[in-house]
Design a binder for this molecule. Sequence first.
Ligand code: SF4
Length: 101
Amino acid sequence: MSSAAPEILAPVVLAGENWEAYAACRGGNPELFFPLRESKKGAPTELAALAIAVCEQCPVAQECLEGALERDERFGIWGGKTTTERREMVRQRARLAARSR
Ligand code: SF4
């Protein structure tokens, strides 16, 4: 028997089209992810910050964020990003796309 430490494998998420099944927020409080407002400068509120902390542990955060961007979600925390942050991402992607033409 080998005395080497057992290899620790990174979790593999086989999300595909069913990524929601792996969501860290699944079964959680939806109000956490839909705070009524953001602060004036678009920074997350205290409630939103709690939601973002959940998203930071979520194995499907990228899928969640891309889906929200595709659907142009106007409200809530998706993929750990606020509405303001997502809007900025869309603008940034548009600028990059325009530069690469
Ligand atoms: S990234 Fe956040 S909002 Fe999206 S599925 Fe994961 S926990 Fe839920």
